[in-house]
Design a protein around this ligand. Structure first.
Ligand code: SF4
Ligand code: SF4
Length: 361
């Protein structure tokens, strides 16, 4: 069915993981608030009372190459995500569950089970200090993997757990040094609230000034701590065939198009592929695109940002457009900022003034 590896572990609770989530309750409060139910997911028997085994299917989500225009702005794991469109992995999981059913085995695929921990407990790989799971059998030992935990009511012999962090001593913590927002704590833990991935889709309000440059060119997600990791270089060095499905939708994810998109555009072309933000959050998509344009150093975007500063209905988007114009600089950007000076809401006026002063607080 196209999965690259398979492993087995018991359906025993993930007590250590539960303890970690409880210790880090402040860091993970947002996850419970949006209904992810991570704590509940630490006991497979709350999901299936008759659970005996977890089968872990290993998917490599970076099996094919992606256009630079896509992987430069979006985390790779979101580029071919079919959780809404149901036209890829979803069908294979469904077929696998059908296969189990044909053999008299009941199954559940819970979204909230700690799937990476399940994979490590099944002995399928180890962790990195960037908190990601590294396969010991596929993706040339890399982290471009998506373990899928299937809870079943049949006993199978479990694998030998490999729960450790297995980074080479000589690496000198490249991921921790590369993380621009210092989300990685160095002990195999992460503060998700500081992670760019979280900030791009769940961040609150206008992105703080000190994060805008560090968030760089990412509109949604972040792969920096994976891209710099030596454990991933064997996979990254390969020539891979291009993912034509992603090529086909790349034009829809053009930065200018997203900055000016209307609700039907968002709902038909963007949301089905990257759905953590709802239609009500369309402003955040645009705000993210605006800071990326500002960080791009590409004055081709001056016109887009000027139009946004002049006409976007959301002050957070206009404010970020002002910041981005200040970053791009040049006569045209300066004129747009001067025209907007003191004509705006308090938030936008402050950003315009800051941009005209050269961007320093
Ligand atoms: S995904 Fe980005 S922001 Fe998050 S921990 Fe990795 S490097 Fe840091
Ligand atoms: S960059 Fe280095 S420390 Fe970080 S996960 Fe990779 S090998 Fe481990």
């Amino acid at each position: 069915m196209g999965f690259e590896d398979v492993g087995f572990t018991t359906a025993d609770p993930f007590d250590e993981h539960k303890r970690l989530l409880q210790e880090m309750s402040a860091e993970y409060a947002w996850a419970e608030a949006v209904g992810l139910e991570l704590l509940k997911g630490t006991d497979p028997r709350t999901i299936m009372p008759t659970a005996k085994t977890i089968i872990v299917l290993m998917e490599v989500y970076f099996r094919e190459a992606y256009p630079r225009s896509m992987e430069g702005h979006f985390g790779r794991c979101y580029l071919d995500d079919d959780r809404i469109t149901h036209d890829g992995l979803y069908q294979r999981i469904k077929a696998f569950r059908g296969f189990l059913r044909d053999h008299g085995i009941d199954s559940q695929v819970p979204f909230n089970l700690p799937h990476r921990v399940a994979a490590a407990r099944a002995g399928m790989g180890t962790f990195g200090k960037n908190c990601l799971f590294y396969s010991n059998a596929v993706a040339r030992g890399g982290s471009w993997t998506l373990p899928i935990a299937v809870v079943i009511d049949r006993e199978f012999p479990p694998g030998t757990p490999t729960m450790e962090i297995d980074c080479p001593d000589w690496c000198r913590n490249a991921c921790i040094a590369a993380c621009p927002t210092r989300a990685l704590k160095g002990n195999g833990r992460i503060d998700p609230r500081k992670c760019i991935s979280y900030l791009t889709y769940f961040g609150d309000g206008l992105t703080p000034l000190e994060l805008r440059e560090p968030m760089g060119m990412y509109v949604y997600g972040c792969d920096r701590c994976q891209n710099v990791c030596p454990r991933n270089q064997a996979w990254l060095a390969q020539e891979l065939p291009m993912n034509e499905k992603v090529v086909a939708k790349a034009a829809d994810f053009n930065l200018s198009a997203m900055l000016h998109m209307d609700i039907p555009y968002f709902e038909t072309r963007i949301w089905p592929h990257m759905f953590y933000m709802s239609t009500n959050d369309i402003w955040r998509w645009k705000m993210n695109v605006a800071w990326v344009m500002g960080n791009s150093r590409d004055r081709r975007y001056t016109g887009d940002l000027t139009r946004t500063l002049q006409g976007n209905p959301d002050e957070r988007v206009r404010a970020m457009a002002a910041w981005a114009l200040g970053k791009l600089g040049g006569d045209e950007a300066q004129s747009a900022l001067l025209a907007a000076r003191d004509t705006e809401s308090k938030m936008v006026n402050a950003e315009v003034a800051l941009a005209l002063e050269g961007g320093k607080p």
